[in-house]
Design a protein around this ligand. Structure first.
Ligand code: TMP
Length: 226
């Protein structure tokens, strides 16, 4: 049986240096002579992605549950493509995945210092948030680039999009911590990287986790939450 390529996800808070690190890994993988494909969620190019984009840029308003399901649907749109890349031996490097979906949606439902208007709908909990992504292709490695929101702010400030606020980022970080505690078992499929270190230190650490996967895997692609 020929080996399939690994599915590698990079997660992190806004301003954690994700984009730069992904480009560095992509180049290193390519230099090693392997095929690599970069994908990114949300994929704003699809019709669902365009709805998400309009919401994130505050050009439309949607209930939090609806947005959550759109983000998940946006991943399902690419699910079979991801599997097909992996089976063709192409390493898939993915910028954000279902973990961002859970972290941001649950964080929005956590209590804030500012009183928000009461809602008729229930808050988004971890089990509710996880459900729509169940059975999506599971990453073989997820690198979570961790950075304190106040350090991220000093790095250059947040952008103008809906979630780029320090208070929300703080709550997102705490939900990511919870997801990480559930995910980090013996198999090292979830790794926390200190993104507050220098770019080269971070990329060196990341490479230490990526390199052992480059020769491919014998197992078939896993499914999320199983
Ligand atoms: P981006 O800045 O990486 O394009 O992501 C846009 C925002 O969308 C970012 O603040 C994280 C958020 N997000 C979710 O809320 N749910 C999701 O499922 C994903 C993939 C991203």
């Amino acid at each position: 049986m020929t080996k399939r390529a690994p599915f590698i996800v990079i997660e992190g808070l806004d301003r954690s240096g994700k984009t730069t690190q992904i480009e560095t890994i992509r180049q290193r993988i390519q230099n090693s002579g392997r095929d690599v494909v970069c994908i990114k969620f949300p994929d704003r190019a699809t019709p669902i992605g365009q709805m998400i984009d309009s919401y994130l840029r505050s050009q439309s308003d949607l209930d939090d549950h609806v947005v959550h399901l759109l983000f998940s649907a946006n991943r399902w749109e690419l699910a079979s493509t991801i599997i097909s890349y992996l089976n063709q031996g192409k390493i898939v490097l993915c910028d954000r995945y279902a973990f961002s979906g859970i972290a941001f949606s649950v964080a929005k439902s956590l209590p804030t210092e500012v009183e928000s208007p009461p809602s008729d709908l229930p808050p988004i909990t971890l089990p509710w948030a996880r459900a729509p992504d169940a059975s999506l292709p599971a990453p073989d490695l997820t690198l979570f680039l961790d950075i304190a929101p106040q350090v991220a702010r000093v790095r250059g400030g947040y952008g103008e999009e809906r979630y780029e606020k320090e208070d929300l980022q703080r709550r997102v970080r705490s939900v990511f911590g919870e997801i990480g505690r559930e995910m980090s078992g013996e198999d090292r499929k979830w790794v926390v990287v200190d993104a507050g270190l220098s770019l080269s230190a971070v990329s060196q650490e990341i490479w230490g986790y990526v390199e052992p996967l480059l020769d491919g895997l014998d197992s078939s692609v896993g499914r999320l939450w199983t």
